[in-house]
Design a protein around this ligand. Structure first.
Ligand SMILES: CC(C)(COP(=O)(O)OP(=O)(O)OC[C@H]1O[C@@H](n2cnc3c(N)ncnc32)[C@H](O)[C@@H]1OP(=O)(O)O)[C@@H](O)C(=O)NCCC(=O)NCCS
Length: 243
């Protein structure tokens, strides 16, 4: 919801909010979700006065690839490889596959993502997206950067992965990084991301971006070590609607 600068403090925002809240109550919605940037404390204060409370923060961050030095992390990637984990790009995995074998990989990646998705500390219930949408978005839309998307294999088992999408012409956006529950704490996520960043740099991309939930300390810690810099958080808000 936005009100033009010249027309602020005239009650327009409050009137707009009243209309949509009434409609949400009429539809028996249990609560109203909204959000504002931490960079706009006035907007947060405005929402706070109208019954919205903070339920979470999502933090976008970026790493400029010119300043990313893969050699600093080489030993960590070698350790993971040395433990028997193979790192392959989706481009390499799909090379020579079609029909059923291609479909088999996409299905296996989706199935691997299911428990990882459940472990993302979302502020609001976020069910795993349906297979058809995963497939369409990742593999049919032309938006994935397959040679900057990396899968960690333990034999034939997908132990972890990171998927990168296009972000305008020069940048990439991490859609999802995840590691299987039984493989965590062994440096896999770090190695997968180092591999993706190295390939993004070699490909000439300018930056990689990502968004993490504030409670996701492990993922945020990994990104901080890799040189990601945070942008102002998106503050997630909710207003309970009583019937
Ligand atoms: C986040 C996730 C990908 C990490 O995978 P992983 O393979 O265990 O990660 P790594 O072993 O490479 O590194 C974990 C790092 O986080 C740190 N860490 C873990 N828990 C932490 C915490 N509570 N606070 C601070 N740091 C923490 C560890 O110290 C480790 O750093 P170090 O190796 O330098 O000591 C994995 O937990 C996961 O799949 N979670 C569910 C999906 C998810 O949330 N994905 C990210 C959102 S898109």
């Amino acid at each position: 919801m936005s009100v033009g600068r010249a027309d602020r403090s005239k009650g327009i925002g409050s009137s707009l909010l009243a209309v949509i809240i009434d409609e949400a109550i009429r539809r028996k919605a249990p609560r109203f979700l909204a959000g504002a940037s931490e960079a706009h404390p006035d907007a947060l204060a405005w929402a706070g006065k109208r019954g919205f409370r903070e339920i979470g923060r999502r933090i976008e961050s970026y790493v400029e690839l010119a300043s990313f030095d893969p050699d600093r992390f080489r030993a960590r990637v070698d350790d993971v490889r040395g433990s028997g984990i193979a790192l392959k790009t989706i481009d390499e995995i799909l090379d020579g596959r079609d029909g059923e074998t291609r479909e088999g990989f996409i299905r296996a990646l989706y199935d691997a993502e299911t428990p990882m998705w459940e472990d993302v500390p979302w502020a609001t219930p976020t069910p795993h997206w349906p297979y058809d949408r995963f497939r369409q978005m990742g593999f049919e839309s032309g938006q994935m950067i397959a040679d900057v998307s990396v899968v960690a294999y333990d034999g034939d088992t997908i132990a972890g992965f990171t998927m990168t999408g296009k972000r305008q012409s020069q940048d990439g956006y991490t859609w999802m990084t995840g590691v299987g529950r039984s493989y965590r704490g062994r440096g896999l996520a770090t190695a997968i991301k180092v591999e993706a960043l190295s390939r993004a740099k070699a490909k000439g991309l300018r930056a990689l971006l990502t968004t993490n939930d504030e409670p996701n300390k492990a993922m945020r810690e990994i990104n901080a070590k890799l040189g990601y810099r945070t942008l102002p958080a998106h503050v997630q808000l909710e207003k309970p609607l009583l019937h």
